[in-house]
Write a protein that binds this ligand. Structure first.
Ligand code: KG4
Ligand code: ZN
Length: 348
């Protein structure tokens, strides 16, 4: 079946066409178009919701058109439209939802509403490199969320851990702001951290010591606000911090990674997980991907480790279409075509 996915929960306007096989569960991405607003929001140091919504309005139809033409199919071939219903910025979500409502009505197509976090989780189901065995633990780390999710063999999901304050991506973004490095913080901090690692190949530790909050707590939850405050205090004490940016970035990133990995491994051990997956915007982080892979191989036995291809880590619509495909196999579709005017009420 052919599915059009649409994602507008934050500052990316995205549309994708996938071809999915109900019998084998195989998903092929035919197009994955993303119009990013990063440059527009950079001057404000973060996403401005009202500006994001206005940009979505301008971009959404051209992005959908491009997704269809790149996939070389017409809308008549579509079997389903998948749309992000939340969580996200309300005005951004509304743009996507209203567009889908209209298209579903005009094209006479069923719709599946997808949870954004579920979308990130299913980014691992696009051409997985190895088999997904259940139960699976998924660490979902993005700008707005940090969750440990348990998925059983019926693909039912349960959140078993979450952040009590800031999300991991938010910690990257706010840390970057404190160090006056720009937005979004994750890719910038990771670039400086890599520079530090390259300069210190033999001794990959830092003299700066930041805490690993809740690493040893007796639950699956996270907290990053204390780490952020610890960074602020260190910067305030250090007159020469601007000369040690790469080292600060290395230690700050490593503190986040250590906590994420420690908690994920413990949760996998407790639940007897057979697969560990990583997803969300922060899963683009090369050090996190490498460190989690090493930890899974060293600390867990016979457990597969999966990460999405780079293009499916930050917000995209291929993951929404894929989540829509799998959830539509058992879930409820929304019928916007009911909005059609009753013919008996039409003016003669
Ligand atoms: O999933 P996403 O695109 O949007 C949300 O659902 O929030 O995630 C965006 C987040 C931002 O906080 C950004 O700083 C972070 O993902 N991010 C990264 C990297 N690339 C993006 N964090 C760490 N390392 C990266 N390479
Ligand atoms: Zn996201």
């Amino acid at each position: 079946m052919y599915i059009l996915g649409i994602e507008t929960s934050c500052d990316e306007t995205a549309a994708s066409i996938i071809k999915a096989d109900k019998k084998t569960g195989k998903v092929i991405v035919l197009s994955n178009i993303i119009s990013s607003q990063i440059e527009i929001h950079q001057k404000y140091g973060g996403v401005v919701p009202e500006v994001a919504a206005r940009e979505h309005v301008l971009n959404i139809l051209p992005v959908i058109d491009e997704a269809l033409s790149k996939a070389k199919i017409s809308n008549k071939k579509l079997d389903l439209i998948a749309i992000t219903k939340g969580p996200g910025l309300i005005t951004s979500l509304m743009t996507g939802m209203e567009t889908v409502r209209t298209l579903a009505f005009a094209w006479d197509k069923p719709v599946i509403e997808v949870n954004h976090i579920e979308g990130h989780i299913y980014s691992n189901f696009i051409n997985p490199e190895s088999k997904i065995n259940f139960p699976a633990i998924i660490l979902t780390v993005s700008g707005g969320h940090t969750n440990l999710v348990l998925m059983d063999k019926t693909r039912k999901i349960k959140i078993i851990g979450e952040t009590l304050d800031d999300a991991a991506g938010e910690a990257f973004d706010k840390g970057s702001k404190m160090m006056e490095l720009g937005y979004p913080g994750g890719p910038i901090i990771s670039k400086y951290a890599e520079q530090y690692q390259q300069k210190n190949v033999l001794n990959n530790v830092s003299d700066i010591k930041l805490p690993r909050p809740m690493l040893n707590s007796n639950n699956n939850n996270f907290s990053f606000s204390g780490l952020k405050t610890a960074l602020l205090y260190q910067l305030q004490k250090d007159d020469s911090w601007t000369k040690r940016i790469d080292e600060y970035c290395f230690e700050y990133q490593q503190a986040i990674i250590d906590v994420l990995i420690g908690k994920t491994i413990k949760a996998a051990q407790k639940t007897g997980a057979k697969t560990v997956m990583l997803s969300g915007g922060v899963s683009a982080n090369r050090a996190l991907r490498a460190c989690l892979k090493t930890a899974v191989n060293q600390k867990l036995t016979k457990v597969n480790f999966l990460v999405p291809a780079h293009e499916y880590t930050t917000d995209n619509a291929a993951m929404i279409a894929t989540a829509g495909f799998f959830t539509s196999l058992t879930g409820k579709l929304t019928n916007f075509t009911k909005l059609r005017v009753n013919p008996s009420l039409q003016l003669k």
